[in-house]
Design a protein around this ligand. Sequence first.
Ligand code: APR
Length: 385
Amino acid sequence: MPLDIIRADITQIHADAIVNAANSTLLGGGGVDGAIHRAAGSALLEECRALGGCETGQAKLTGGYRLSCKYIIHTVGPIWQGGELREAELLYSCYKNSLLLAQENGCESIAFPLISAGVYGYPKAEAVSVAIRAIGDFLRENDMDVTLVIFDRSSLIAGSHLFGSIAQYIDDTYAEENTEAPEMRLMNANSMAAAFAEPAPLQAEEVLEHTDLFLSDEPEHHDEKKARKKGRIRSFFKTPSAKKEAMFEGFVPPEYSTEPQEPASLSELLSSIDESFSQSLLRLIDRSGMTDVQVYRKANIDRKLFSKIRSDIDYKPKKQTALAFAIALELTLPETLSLLAKAGYTLSDSIKFDLIVKYFIINGRYNIFELNQALFSFDQTLIGC
Ligand code: APR
């Protein structure tokens, strides 16, 4: 995955380059600087002495010594002084210059700590946003595996506003989903009966029987299911009781119809098979006007995986991969559900991961790196691959 976010101790990471959040002397200190020097050994300090220090926003390279990396890239983040002294610009430069230095030295993978978010006091949510913006900008033009290493999870609580509105959306949607539970449904039915001044409502099993009658359990019928259930209960209680029974007399929802279906041979069914995920994806890329490279980079998908999908018409992607392309292509929710269905997936209001992705799509927020920051904040799997 071109940009991954993990919780770890950066001194334990295997990468071509590990980035150190140093100070301008490059002679070691506390925090991640101290941890890296301790793990690398005293020879690192000797090489650092010869570098003659480093400017804020700049980056310098040494050997990796006892760390599991070829190089250590030392960069000096800005000290937070309220945000009016070019702190964001300097912090962005730390990531950009470290990535360019790694690229110049042939690195294919690099790991960053959250620069300036410790002793230097940069507000964590803003520090993450600058990191993700700088890394995302680099990955839109270049191939490299970048890992943002978070030492304490609190660092990655998405910006308070974004985090709060996602949490609210999850609560609202979960709540709606759960009011459909049988006992809640009866309560709704009772209050609806009261609203229509109807005689005492049916017993629980009758309400359930009448509302479940129409409802297939397939997830893709989910929204329809909710609407019909509500509609069905409402119209049910408005109908005079004599007619109620008639309403359901012998009714069988079409999907369970016992009418003899036209017998179709397997070969007939197979001959009308729909386009595959891979075919849909390539068609949508053509429609978008973007190049393959632009799309897979925007999707946080590496080149090798994209080549596999492009060359195998029957390729079955993971759900995270399919969603990554939906975000990169800025698909609407129905288009996203249609693309997911090609790979046998859907989005469910009962799954937090799905709700967070849905939140971003219905709010038109198609930045996959921002989405991954939010998914990480909620302890969910990231998307891309
Ligand atoms: N692995 C990964 N991340 C770590 C580790 C570790 N072993 N130790 C600390 N961190 C995280 C912190 O939680 C913080 O989010 O690194 C981030 C940066 O914190 P600092 O190390 O304090 O770096 P910074 O805020 O840039 O301040 C730099 O601190 O250590 C001194 O010499 C350094 O003077 C310089 C200043």
